[in-house]
Design a protein around this ligand. Structure first.
Ligand code: ADP
Ligand code: FBP
Length: 303
């Protein structure tokens, strides 16, 4: 079974505004709402690919209720802990540039963290646990590490998609997969990353710090995977019209998990990951199965 954890779910309010200007009234020319947050996006795309998962995390207030009901209406299994306050609304604005304003989320109490940990008692050997996204401002940044410690007696494959300390604190527990993007990788080591050769160097450093497999996404430039056998795999992203890249990274994680559990082969998993990420980038919403399959046919590993 696959479990995704989204500690800070969100309604993504995705808008298009022509020539956005600060200090005046701007009006949208297109608007959409999606039930998101990184782990939830992973669950959604896994469902599209035909894999069941359970979405865990914290939800709050009417926005949280809308997220839970919206996901369940799509046939996703959820098992959230309800807390006081409001789940956030994240604004994603496409104009001349893309701008995002992500909320900080509700207050989480210790008893609610314990309730969430209790749900992980259901995990069994061989399960996959995805820890993805930022955490509410009220939570300490060792929470993913605590979750990894909590399940360490079980043989669970853990995927972490997070930034800064939230990610770095986890490495000593040897996550199966981490997926920074190239900008996050550069920030971690406080370096400039100019090309895929540089990516490989710093991905390998993350391995020496504890990660088993390091997948670095590079938006329109594709992705690099340094796998646990020390093999390096590189893909280029397909070309196409980017409609909404929100959730492309999460789709990539879902595609990787799907490709890996179907084949146990890292090269295949990377191709599936790249096709799935790009299929989302080329769609208004998260990727459809048809789009993923269409792009998968076009992806080959770079020499
Ligand atoms: N402009 C784009 N063109 C083609 N594919 C893209 C584009 N942006 C994202 N993708 C696909 O989605 C994957 C993840 O994108 P990225 O933006 O790096 O992730 P994140 O959202 O985590 O920053 C990329 O590796 C690629 O396959
Ligand atoms: O584009 P990505 O990195 O795949 O993730 C998109 C998701 O992450 C979010 O931007 C939230 O990210 P954070 O949890 O890091 O704040 C959501 O609003 C959105 O659904």
């Amino acid at each position: 079974m696959i479990y995704t954890v989204t500690l800070n779910p969100a309604i993504d309010y995705v808008i298009k505004v022509d020539n956005f200007e600060t200090g005046i009234v701007n009006r949208t020319k297109q608007e959409n709402m999606f039930f998101g947050g990184k782990g939830i996006n992973v669950s959604n795309v896994l469902k599209t690919l035909g894999e069941k998962s359970t979405a865990l995390g914290f939800i709050a207030g009417f926005t949280g209720k809308a997220i839970k009901e919206g996901l369940e209406a799509k046939g996703l299994k959820t098992d959230f802990v309800e807390v006081a306050g409001l789940s956030r609304i994240n604004v994603k604005m496409k104009s001349d540039n893309e701008t995002e304003i992500n909320g900080m989320g509700p207050q989480i109490k210790d008893a609610q963290v314990q309730a969430l940990l209790g749900k992980l008692d259901n995990l069994k050997d061989g399960d996959i646990l995805v820890l993805s996204g930022s955490i509410p401002g009220s939570m300490p940044d060792d929470i993913y590490e605590k979750i990894m410690e909590y399940v360490k007696s079980k043989n669970v494959l853990i995927v972490v998609d997070a930034t800064n300390n939230l990610l770095m604190n986890c490495l000593k527990h040897h996550p199966f997969l981490i997926k920074p993007n190239n900008h996050e990788l550069a920030e971690i080591f406080n370096v400039e990353i100019k090309n895929k050769e540089d990516v490989v160097v710093y991905a390998k450093k993350l391995q020496t710090m504890g990660a088993k497999n390091v997948l670095v996404s590079m938006a329109g430039d594709g992705a690099v995977l340094v796998d646990q056998n020390n093999d390096v795999h590189i893909t280029s992203a397909p070309k196409g019209e980017v409609k909404n890249s929100v959730g492309a990274g999460d789709s990539m994680v879902a595609g990787f998990i799907y490709g890996y559990i179907k084949t146990n082969d890292f090269k295949t998993a990377l191709k599936q990951a790249t096709a799935t990420g790009s299929a989302t980038a080329f769609s208004e919403d998260l990727a459809s199965k048809e789009k993923i399959d269409e792009l998968l046919k076009t992806i080959s590993e770079d020499e």
